[in-house]
Design a protein around this ligand. Structure first.
Ligand SMILES: [Zn+2]
Length: 147
């Protein structure tokens, strides 16, 4: 451990340690994300024979949850098909990058990452999207091959 000029243990070492752990965590997170995106990119979630878990909300209620179609949206995005990804889940397509951007920006500014008002807004928009997408005649329906 480092010592300051007075011979006391320096807190700089602890600070340095926390930064030292960030790199392997960032590499691990990046590898996990790349692996997940690789799996989604090569295993078509539109195909009912593909190996993906069923949505428990959809199984129980028959309705699309706010994230139903999210994997299909990502598959379409990875294959450069923006119109299909909009059709699969517009909420996730717009909401996830917006949320990640806001969190990273606020974290960079040393502000509260998700203030209470933001959490309330996210919950309200998520509920509104869930109701809207399950109304009869709503045009954006996640596609399933042969389904
Ligand atoms: Zn779902």
């Amino acid at each position: 451990m480092e010592r300051n000029s007075g011979g006391e243990p320096s807190t700089r070492c602890d600070h340095h340690d926390s930064h030292r752990h960030r790199v392997p965590i960032a590499i691990g997170t990046g590898a996990l994300l790349a692996g997940a995106l690789g799996y989604i990119g090569f295993t078509n979630p539109h195909d009912p024979q593909s190996v993906y878990p069923q949505c428990p909300f959809k199984m129980l209620t028959g309705w699309n949850c706010p994230f139903c179609g999210g994997l299909r949206m990502m598959y379409d995005l990875l294959h450069g098909d923006l119109p299909a990804s909009i059709n699969d889940n517009l909420f996730a397509l717009l909401g996830i990058p917006l949320l990640v951007g806001c969190v990273l920006m606020r974290r960079h500014q040393d502000r509260t990452v998700l203030p209470f008002g933001a959490v309330l807004t996210i919950v309200a928009v998520t509920v509104a999207w869930t109701v809207l997408r399950n109304l009869p005649g709503f045009p954006l329906i996640p596609t399933v091959l042969g389904g």
